[in-house]
Design a protein around this ligand. Structure first.
Ligand code: ZN
Length: 73
């Protein structure tokens, strides 16, 4: 995967808008099984210049916002 991390001061707002939930909520990545705060997510830009919200373990983990589950705690 040829992606570059997208660094922005508006990262929090960008992620919050995309996920429509609070940044202090948690998610579980179904790729690497990590439980993390939404605020820890990373933004990457793919080859088509699209911004993709990725697992905090990216680029090692290929999990994106599509691969996250709600957590019970
Ligand atoms: Zn992951």
């Amino acid at each position: 995967m040829d992606m570059q991390e997208f660094v922005t001061r508006n990262k929090a707002e960008f992620i919050e808008q995309a996920i429509t939930d609070n940044l202090n909520k948690r998610r579980r990545c179904r790729f690497c099984d990590t439980i993390f705060y939404i605020s820890e997510a990373k933004i990457f830009i793919n080859a088509d210049q699209e911004k993709i919200i990725c697992c905090p373990n990216a680029p090692l983990c290929k999990g994106t916002i599509e691969n996250w589950s709600l957590t019970l705690f």
